[in-house]
Design a protein around this ligand. Sequence first.
Ligand code: ZN
Length: 507
Amino acid sequence: MTTATTSPVDRLAAILREAAVLKSIDSLLDWDQETYMPKGGAELRAEQLQQLSGIVHEKTTDPIIGELLEAARAHASEAGDARLQADLREAQRDYDKATRLPKDLVEEMARCRALGMTAWRDARQNDDFDAFLPWLEKTVELNRRKAECYGVPSGGEHYDALMDDFEPGMTAARTEEIFAPLRAFTVDLLGRVTGSGVHVDRAAATMTMPIDKQREFSKRVCTAIGFDFGAGRLDDTSHPFCSGFGPGDTRITNRYREDAWLDGLSSATHEAGHAMYEQGLPKSAYFGRPLGEAVSLGIHESQSRMWENQVGRSRDFWEWGIGVAREVFGGALADVSPDAVYRAANIIEPSFIRVEADELTYNLHIMLRFDLERAMIRGDLSCKDLPGVWNERMKSDFGLTVDRASLGCLQDIHWSMGAMGYFPTYTFGNLYSAQLWEAMGEAIPDRARRVRSGDFAPILAWVREHVHAYGREFTAEELCQRATGSTMRPEPLMAYLEGKAKDVYGV
Ligand code: ZN
């Protein structure tokens, strides 16, 4: 691969592919740790992951990448190849970011992450915020240092540099601009829903269903919506996730509770949505290169939310889904109507825990986290004051009184992992999914009828064409603009949520 006749583009592609293969081994070890690894394997696994991450870091910061990028860019502009230019632009971004972080900071972040996650698990278990406080303070400090290494954009703030890792190009100010109207809308609609006096029957959601049947049901639905089991697996875990290792191998995991079969289904369709994006990226041609990678976490989340919510929580879906559910679960659902399941799947109610929140209040949970982590990074909020401020906000936004930290600021794993600037991408996912769904609806006029008959192919084909095929050729907002005619905006999500509330609560 180092002969003079090999083009710089090919040499670069070969190195990036080697790095991607190493990263896929890392993901495989992670996946195994969360599914089948025996408890006794934990120490060896930590050592395996640590050694591998060192090798990956060396590979991705090798100065030869910088040299090849320069040569390849000359080649691309000579050839007038726009796609290749986009690929190189993004590869340069990755290389710059990787090389801007000094090794000692990377190691310290890794150490803080490993120890912080353990401390967080214990702290949450014991409802003991003080036990986690030193790790939170350390995380904020390391994130500030990371932002400084990346470079704080002029006129911007540290938080912008952190967000860029998850949603490239996004800023706190732009997030605020999008969240503000959505927040006002949500507070108003939630008030109307809770004030409506309508009680939606939860019974259909809480029927007891055997776990093995739920597993089968998840598999049936994931197959129907388009998850390729020839290039993927579905296994059990305690915290569902999706891992796209590379071409031909994308894994999803799920968890089940006997009295929550609808939750089991929605996390299955959620993860399958992530997985179908991974399976739809042009990885065979571009494995390891930006053109074969997901553009942002917001877009990734839009793909999961779309299948989970726009599809899986729709009345049309249950017209078809009830038949499959009756086949799998037998007589238990004989007298349950699709409408009853649809309503039970769309109950709107303030709650403490983000991951269990309904489609409407979910975004309030995210806005709370965005405001508080941004304030901590800015230094406007001292970490020790977090529980108090969190609880006040839960009271004012949700009308709920938090009486223990595990129901409040200790519920999420993200800060313990060192991830700050991540939370907003969940709401970006909701916004993008509603916006893409709306645009797709115009392109597929008989979509509702197709869904009612269990034909999901046109939906998958549309996102394959307008989202998946591009990899990182465009930024997330450019991709959205091309697919829907405008950059991210809150109106489609608001119209979608308004429609749901009207249908279920009559408000
Ligand atoms: Zn997700």
